[in-house]
Each structure stands twice: as C-alpha cells, then as structure tokens.
Design a protein around this ligand. Structure first.
Ligand code: PLP
Length: 434
C-alpha cells in the first residue's frame, strides 16, 4: 500500500517510510491510497468472531500487502493482550471500555501496535542503528507510548514532560519503567517539551547521528489500529441484537480516535452516524455549524487529554470527504461541554446507574443523552479508566474510586528522570552524548 500526503505536495511513500517519518515532508498527514471495503459475509457473521479474529481481518485490509499474514497476526495478537468490552450503562446507552490496557487508556492499542510494527521493520532490515522515539506529553500520551515500547529491541524512547505539571499517577507511569525508556523532566510547560522535540527533528547534526521518530496520533501506525475496536463493538452489539441503528459517540481532542471510526465506516461498518464530543475546546463543533475551521489556542479543562485547539486529524477528515462540509456534517454531529457540565454528568450518571465515568468518557456519554434519536442505540467510547482522574472523579460523584492493581503497581516503583532546561542546546547536548 502506498501512502499519500493530505497536502499532496510530496511523492507517495510505502508503509515503512510513513511509519518511520510520521509526518510527510510537506507537513501533511499520510493517508492510505485505498481503503478496502470488507465483504458483506464478514459483517453477516462478525458476531461469531472473537476480537482477535476481527482485528486480524481489519489489519489485513490495511497492512496485508506489506506484511506477511503470520507476522501481521502476531503483531495484532501481541498488541491486543487485553479486551475492549462493551458494557450496558442504561437503556440504549452502552460504554465501549477502552481502558483495560497497561496504562488504562485507549492510546495503549495504537502505541503497542506501532511499537511492534516498528520492531518488525527494524528486524527485517537487520541489525542497524537504534530507532529513537521522542514524545512530548502533557500526561497520557507519554505513558501509553513508553509502556507500548517498553522492552522492544532496537528502540529507545525519550518521554519529555513538563516538571510539576503532570499528575503523580501519570508521572509514575513513565518515570518508573527504566530499560529502554528515559523520562526527561523539562523545566517548562508542555509547549516547551513539544518545541524541544520538533527542534530535534529539524536539527541536521542530530538526525545524522541518530534515527529519530515520533509516536503521536498523526502516525498511521498509531491511529489505524484503533479501527479494530469499532468493528468489535459492532460485533458485540450484533450479538445482543442491538446493532440496527448504531450511533457512536467519541470523546475527541486530536480527532485520531474518531478518524479511525470513520475509516471503519468507509470499510463498510454499518454505523448510522457518529458524534464528536468535545470539552470547551469546541473548534470542530463550531466547524460543523459554520463550515469554517478556526483553530484557537487550547483552554485547560478537567478532560485534559482533549485540550486541543487545532486538531491534527481534521486534515484527514477533510480528505476522506473531499472537503465537503455537507458530507461531514451529515455523518458527524457535535456537542461541546464546559467543566461544570462534565462534573454534573459524572455525578448524575453514577447516581442513576452506578456507572463511573472519567471526564472524557463523560463527554461522550452526555452527547448520547443529548443527541440520541428514537429507535437509535448509542455507544460511547470510555477512553480512560476513572481512577486515572481520581480526585476529579471522586469530587464529582461524591464516592471513593478504587485504584486498579496495575495502576497501583506503577506507584510503588522508583521514580527516575533526567532534569533538563527548556533550552534546546542542552537537550541536543544530552542526545548527542547518548
Ligand atoms: C487522547 C485522549 C482523548 C482524545 O483522543 P483523540 O484521538 O486525540 O481525539 C480522549 N480521551 C482520553 C482519555 C485520551 O487520552
């Protein structure tokens, strides 16, 4: 499969180059040249297939031309060492629980897949230079990427995070790992971390000395595998006899997750429509109403993994629908919620159903409450475990939130990080010494 850039100002590349480069040379996002629909028989019998079987079929449609089936199946199996089950919350509203992975957030799926795909390409090339993954994080991405790549031969991960600005739970998920993961504590804010990473990619001396790549959701190897669990959700709903008028509500920030759902839809997944649920960062919501895309500086909210003022994957959505606002707004509707509403939603849902929402999933749930039409069944993506946002959730629901064992295990580890100034020359010196 060849991948083209959404800016169409650079030649197409193969999968390996798309994964290692991340972003196209013209700053566009890579898109597969064809999105192959899956046959009707697949959907007719999908409810009898396991999550693994479904994911292997979907992976084959994306990557089957580039990777032999047995290798690809192994990558998929290694990635999905945990389930993404559907839970009924109340009549007509279901939660697709994406928090059963190592860091209790949906990003585990994409990060683990990308790590294994990269290892496959490195192995094929034979012994060579280590691939260095640089990732700037405000909390959640760093832990998913660090854990996804942990112990993978031939890859070293540097997680840059702002000192004192990530929660203790988030921090211990990438500072206690050791092995091939180095945490870099930057004396600055998230934007400084991102600037250091971008400067490193643009520094020719560094790029000559070491192979550098990024692992954020613009990478095709991180966002495409997220389609797996949309197919699985459909299968599980079909088994329940509830799949006829499905609406999927996706808490969205950089819009990688919902874009994977739109790819699934293009491949024939029988979903009636999608909802993009936002916090106060309502850029996409405004686009749906006005047809004009006006990026803004992000504002801080309690659903902080969705605090994005210029969602990268919007370019992919425009590309999928030939820039047609009419096509986009007829398939996707939007809702945007302030923190006060998110808190109330967590409270009311818990009081009425006993189901604990995290602040991100709460946006998805509320959008179904507000947007579901008669005859429709809704699924929202519960993108993180509520314990990752313990204080916020406990205050909202007025009840204690238990910490799962695998989260507690991180908190017992010893924190190790490299202190770094926000000055690029210091970061460059550090990398040159590695
Ligand atoms: C990253 C993240 C999101 C947003 O996903 P996008 O793909 O960026 O839209 C939502 N919820 C949680 C918990 C996240 O970590």
């Amino acid at each position: 499969m060849k991948y083209y850039s959404t800016n169409r100002a650079t030649p197409v590349v193969d999968l390996e180059e798309a994964v290692v480069k991340g972003l196209a040379a013209d700053r566009g996002l890579f898109m597969p040249e064809t999105i192959r629909p899956l046959p009707k028989e697949f959907f007719d019998t999908i409810d009898r297939l396991s999550f693994h079987e479904i994911a292997c079929r979907v992976a084959e449609a994306f990557f089957g031309e580039d990777i032999p089936k047995e290798d690809l199946d192994r990558i998929v199996c290694d990635t999905l060492a945990f389930d993404c089950p559907v839970a009924e919350v109340e009549d007509r509203i279901y939660s697709l629980e994406l928090f059963h992975g190592p860091t209790l957030a949906f990003k585990d799926v994409g990060a683990r897949f990308m790590a294994r795909l990269l290892r496959y390409f490195i192995g094929k090339r034979g012994a060579g230079r280590t691939v260095n993954v640089l990732v700037a994080t405000s909390g959640d991405t760093g832990s998913a990427v660090a854990n996804g790549f942990l112990g993978v031969d031939g890859i070293h991960v540097y997680v840059l995070y702002p000192k004192g600005k990530v929660s203790p739970i988030q921090e211990c998920q990438f500072t206690t790992l050791g092995r091939n993961v180095t945490a870099v504590e930057v004396d600055g804010v998230f934007d400084d971390c991102q600037r250091l990473v971008k400067s490193a990619f643009m520094d020719s001396e560094l790029c000559e000395k070491m192979t550098l790549t990024s692992a954020n959701s613009i990478n095709v190897a991180r966002f495409l595998p997220q389609a797996f669990y949309y197919f699985n959700a459909y299968a599980r709903m079909k088994a329940l006899g509830k799949a006829s008028e499905l609406v999927i509500s996706v808490p969205s920030g950089n819009f990688g997750n919902i874009t994977a759902g739109l790819f699934a839809h293009r491949m024939g997944l029988p979903v009636k429509r999608f909802i993009a649920a936002n916090n106060s960062n309502d850029i996409f919501y405004n686009y749906l109403f006005t047809g004009t895309y006006s990026p803004k500086a992000s504002v801080q909210t309690i659903a902080n993994a969705m605090d994005v003022g210029d969602p990268s994957n919007f370019a992919r959505i425009l590309d999928l629908y030939d820039n047609s606002h009419e096509r986009i707004s007829s398939l996707i509707s939007g809702f945007a919620y302030p923190d006060s509403r998110i808190r109330l939603t967590m409270h009311d849902c818990y009081a009425a159903t006993g189901y604990l929402l995290d602040p991100h999933g709460a946006c998805g749930y509320q959008a179904l409450k507000d947007g579901l039409q008669p005859g429709e069944t809704g699924i929202f993506l519960e993108t993180a475990h509520p314990a990752k946002f313990k204080e916020t959730v406990e205050a909202a629901v007025e009840a204690p939130v238990a910490i799962p064992d695998r989260l507690a295990a991180f908190m017992n580890g010893e924190k190790k990080s490299v202190a770094m100034s926000a000055d690029f020359s210091d970061f460059k010196d550090f990398l040159m010494r590695q």
